[in-house]
Design a protein around this ligand. Structure first.
Ligand code: MN
Length: 237
């Protein structure tokens, strides 16, 4: 509920991230946001508004729509509510340096009576109404190790009509507010485009639109066209 840790970690003279207002917003609908963040490691920051700040968890692999998949979610410092709109570049060398995308946004509703009690207990059930994520989910605290012992949670989809085997992070890689990829955001905000692009290039799932090829074609060097694309292992498969 305090932004002390959040502010201590950041230099707002160099980073465009919001410092946040002190006064907690009296009563507003519960904001839900996931920010895809290509920092030293790619991760998805899952945030739920509660008590005037955004409760935050870093989810290395992002959310899964498959109820049998449990995604590690490390609780991190509370963020200001204004952070939900932040999409841009945190300068390299600063805390969390790298490109940030608003990957999903919407509102959340707790499924229980007492949010504070649920958080303390480590078992928060809630419903999401986002652009990408919907339906019932749970964040459940799990046994962690070392200094992260009480910060480890699991993010799990409940079985409902929004559960699916589809890999949502791969199928919908673009910003929920600008339609941009991480590389676009980096390019337009003076960030590290090559680094950001590594967060965009996740393995793509097989698509139904791609025509099955019956012939084995050898890649032919095309005359008159400079080859700009390096041949990757994927092309040779
Ligand atoms: Mn982050």
């Amino acid at each position: 509920m305090t932004l002390k840790t959040y502010r201590e970690k950041r230099n707002f003279k160099t980073s465009p991230e919001p410092a946040g207002k002190n006064a907690p917003s009296a009563k507003s609908a519960g904001i839900y946001v996931i920010q895809k963040h290509r920092a030293s490691q790619l991760h998805y920051d899952f945030r739920l508004e509660y008590g005037g700040t955004l409760r935050s968890w870093a989810v290395p692999k992002g959310p899964s729509l498959d109820p049998s998949v449990k995604r590690l979610a490390m609780q991190v410092e509370d963020h200001p509510v204004e952070y939900a709109r932040f999409e841009g570049v945190i300068p390299e060398g600063e805390y969390g340096g790298g490109t940030v995308m608003v990957w999903d946004k919407g509102t959340w509703t707790p499924e229980g009576e007492d949010i504070g009690e649920a958080l303390k207990k480590g078992d928060l059930k809630f419903t999401l109404k986002g652009k990408k994520l919907h339906g019932s989910w749970v964040l459940v605290r799990t046994k962690g190790y070392g200094h992260n012992a009480d910060r480890s949670w699991l993010l799990i989809k409940h079985r409902d009509r929004y559960a699916s085997q589809q890999d949502i992070t791969t199928l919908q890689p673009k910003s929920a507010i600008s339609g941009r990829l991480l590389a676009d955001i980096a390019r337009e905000n003076g960030g590290d485009v090559a680094k950001a692009a590594t967060g965009d290039s996740q393995p793509s799932p097989p698509t139904k639109t791609s025509r099955p090829s019956t012939k084995r074609r050898k890649p032919q060097p095309r005359p008159n066209q400079p080859s700009t694309r390096p041949v990757t292992a994927k092309n040779n498969k």
